[in-house]
Design a protein around this ligand. Sequence first.
Ligand SMILES: Nc1ncnc2c1ncn2[C@@H]1O[C@H](COP(=O)(O)OP(=O)(O)O)[C@@H](O)[C@H]1O
Ligand SMILES: [Mg+2]
Length: 364
Amino acid sequence: MSKKSPRKGMQRLPAEKLYAQELKLLSKNDQLPRPDNWNLSPRAVVDYIMGTTMKDGTVISPKYIGNRRLIEIAVATLTTDRALLLTGVPGTAKTWVSEHLAAAISGTSRLLVQGTAGTHEDKLLYGWNYPVLLSKGPIREALVPSPVMRGMEEGRIVRIEEMTRMPFEIQDSLITILSERSLPIPELNEECSALNGFNIIATANDRDKGIHEMSGALQRRFNIVVLPLPESVDEELNIVLERLSPDLLIQLNKKIGKNSIEEIRKVVTIFKELRDGQTIDKKSSLKKVNSTISTAEIIAVVNNGLAMCTHFGDGTLKTEHLASSLEGAIVKNRETDEAPWREYIELVIKKRKDWGAYFEYLSR
Ligand SMILES: Nc1ncnc2c1ncn2[C@@H]1O[C@H](COP(=O)(O)OP(=O)(O)O)[C@@H](O)[C@H]1O
Ligand SMILES: [Mg+2]
């Protein structure tokens, strides 16, 4: 008899698995026309991303918190013959949104190419299985399709992460695919034509600008949607609370008390002020921290704080739990970030009412 493995739990499920219930429910209730090979209508895709309440009262959780219109533009683009480029500073949910869009539209977010300086053409077009190629010659069986080619054949969305980290000439191999919607395979004397439903969602960081900017010819094949940083502390606080680790929340009985929320609000305020280079009331200007300090980092700080208070505290999130990872998240580069951070502690944190515990902890 085989024993059941005692080791459990996948660390991270893809969106289409994690939110399978929501996607099923949306599909069942979706009366609107769906583009060829789309699992949902464009409107239902936007509802999935932005969250909604179904007729029977079931809540579809919001994935992206922000401007609905941006997501509508993104989804509308994917129904056309233009591809979608999501840009913005790091941590503005580009990767997150692209994963959910692909999951909702095509049922898989796994047709993915990660762009790096070393990304080779075979990741965008096709490669060869050399043992088969050598023994049988250039036949279809020897060809290894890239995620892009598979997306074309299956009529699905393909994701390309960090597009502008790939060298120009590699990026440009997408031009024919995007304009002709077909991929010539001269070795086999055939071509792969894209089915309806195929499209590309690329992401690129603003910070990478100038590294390998996209060629004009390639840019013209994309609609660009810029994902902005959250406008206010409240908006950013909302995002952070929505994205806290469900596992830790379950251990804490799913409760984040009012006081803890106020603690988290302080962290969000600190990040926003250091990012903007001024206090929220706009009365003092501050030195800006040079490293990117995004919502994603705040989420990490708070999750870390939750882990501390769950395992080593009494289950209440306190200043000390959050403050312990704050400095590491803000000061990534000692040379450029240390001075603004020290100045902030002295000029802002020290003087604020109710922030005494932070000052005490941080000035130690
Ligand atoms: N507006 C937002 N709505 C929902 N989640 C957000 C938002 N902004 C940031 N996040 C969260 O921040 C994390 C990092 O986002 P990510 O997609 O990796 O950023 P990017 O690819 O833009 O650098 C994600 O887990 C995401 O949930
Ligand atoms: Mg990303």
